[in-house]
Structures are given as structure tokens and as C-alpha cells.
Ligand binder design. Sequence first.
Ligand SMILES: [Zn+2]
Length: 429
Amino acid sequence: MENFIKMVIDSDPLVTELNRLAEFSDVPSPAVTRIMLSDSDLAARKYLCGLFQSAGLEVRTDPAGNLFARWVGTEPDLPAVGTGSHCDAIPHSGKYDGTVGVLGGLAAVRAMQKAGLRPRRSIDLVMFTSEEPTRYGVGCLGSRLLSGQLDPSDADQLVDSEEKTFATLRKETNLRGSLGDVPLPGDAYVAFVELHTEQGPLLEQKNIDIGVVTHIAAPSALRVSYQGVGGHAGTVLMEGRRDALLPAAKLVVAVDRAARDLGSKDTVATTGLLEVYPGAVNSIPRRTQLEIDIRDIALDRRDLVLAHIAREAQSLGEEHQQKTVVEQINADPPATCADLVVQAIEEACETAGVSHQRMISRAYHDSLFMAQVCPTGMIFIPCREGVSHHPDEFASPDALGNGALVLAHTLCQLAEAKPTRPKGKGSNV
Ligand SMILES: [Zn+2]
């Protein structure tokens, strides 16, 4: 049925809305800073709600601030189809990360409406609270709660840099109700699909319109600290020194080697943070702290590398006679996208006449958590030079249009949309 429907995306309003949304920011354009439930975020939410309502969608917000805009289907009791992404933005980032999935989702719904379609299943356009960890140090806060992966009382007790708990912030921003009511019932969605920029260079390099995501790599992180003995860099002789930077430096090398030796090409390990105390040229480091990020699409392999690095960290501390603390700060499981959604996206690409390629998402997304509750997939569009989390982030109007069109056809298929007008009228052909 859906193959007979001609849908068109007008990317002009999509570009205009992305630009307008970017104005809700704590810093001047083209940079965007929009921290969860800040004044800018609240204003952005108000703007979005207006757009959703004018498209005839029913808007509700859950106690975590996740926003749902529902296009009610002809059989509203059936499990719905979900789409969406996030609108919060880390400090000094760009205007496309996440927002493309929200406003692109709206563009897809409008295209279906314009083609005279009505879905059998309802379609929920979701804007997740705080995909970025900026405020509370926890990424995907909204989708984590929706999928039951974060204890509601733990979430309420999270504290931001101003000592404000999430519970207090919710109260101040009128998010009423208990976080215990946030987890989705098992039959809420028949499928979820997220449109997002690739945040990497592959699609642009290969000149491919759409990436069909098959796996989402999962991050894990370790924090390691070494306590040595400080002292004057000139007066303390080399013999008997307990320089805390030595085990740390060896660990940086060991992290890199662990991913290369034990993993596959999909295993990556990075020491992204190394702090040295007191941090002066004439002072022997007395304490160091490292944070190490390890990712893979295979959980067992990721955990093998993680465990190896943790052991290595410990034994380097012993070798250098230092008090060593190794903490695991995060270990989310990776996700495999559902065949149902992957195939729907690929068929949608064929229908839309765009080139496509299967790929892995090496960044994590709300879809990582939605995959815990329903069949999930992701649609990637190219972004200029793969740049993301930066004011130079850019996706062309053509790329945006392609993404929204493929999303529209995917939603049509997953929600079994049918024409509501006789053929020959409107834009049905
Ligand atoms: Zn994102």
C-alpha cells in the first residue's frame, strides 16, 4: 500500500525550525548551549509544543520531562510506533545533534498528513530529557528512566553542580508526579526509530545518503586514581621516589594496547582525562586521576577489555607502590537493532530512491535504551566532515530532507498507514 503513496519533504520549514530552535541557547549562534530544564531548554520546549500542537498532535509530558507528541492512529489501542530524539545540547555545541530527530520526525509526520495518510497505529514523537550528561553526569536520563534502567529514587537524588537535586529541579519546573510512573509498559511501542546525524565522516566520504544502523556500541568507563608521594622536583633524588604519574603514564599505553590486542576493529579504548596533582613543573606528582572510556558492539568483548584494563591499573599501582583506586563509573550494554526496523528502513530507502548502507553507531543515543523495551533502529544522515558537538556542526537541506523522507516511509510501514482520501485527490498517486 505504502509504495503507492508519493510523499514529499519540504526541507525549507525544517531548516527554518532548526535555526529557530538553535536560538533557544545560552550562547550566541552558531554555538548552542541548552542544558536540560534550563530557561533556554524550557523556552525551546514551549516552542516545540506549539509546533506539535499545530500539526494536530496530542502533547503530554511525563514526570521526567520526556515530551510525547502523539498522532492518534485509527486503532489507538494498538501499541504505537515511536520516533524522536533529544534537544538538549552540551555547552558550545551545534544545532543538529538530536534536534534533527525531533524536528525531522515532525517533518515526517507532516509529509504523511499532506499525502492524505492516516496511520493505523498511533505515532509518538518523543523528545527525551537530557540525552547529554551535562547537568547530572548521567547520559540519556530520560530514556534510561523510560526503559527502567535507572532506579527512580536514585534519579531523584542526582545532584547538579549547584547542589540541586533532580527532585527539586522537577518541582521548580512543574514536572509533577513520581519518577516511578515513568517506565514504559512493555506493550507501549511496537517499534522505535530515531533519525540522527551520523556524527562521523563515513557517509559523506562515501557519498551515501542514509546510514541504516545495525548496532549501537555501548560505552563503559573506568576512573583510576594513584596516590604516590609528592616532593620538590630538585631535592628528592630519583631513588625511592613514588611519582604518581608513572603508573598513570604506563596505564595510558596499556589502555591503547588492550583495545588493539584483545579487541576487534569495533573495540575502542581511550584515556580521555588525566589529571596531575599538584600540577607544577617543579613538583613530583603526588596524585593522578584518569578516566578511561571503552566501547564495543559486543558486550563480552567490551567487558573482557574493561576487566583487563582494571587489572592492569591495579598491578601498575602495586608495581609503583601506590594506593590505587579503580572504579567502574558506567557499563551500559550495547544494542543490536531489530531486523523489523532495519528492514523497514532499507525498504523506505528504496521507496524514497536514496542510497543507503548498513553501519554501526559508535556514539550512544536514546535508542540504546529504547532497544531495551521494543524493537529499535536508527537512521543516520551525513553531516559535514563528521563534525558534531561543535558550533560547526552542519547537515545540508538535502540530507535533512532525505532523512525525514526515509523516516516518513519507515513510519508508514511500521504504523501501517493508509490513505484517508480516495485516489486522485491530494498528493496520492
Ligand atoms: Zn544526539
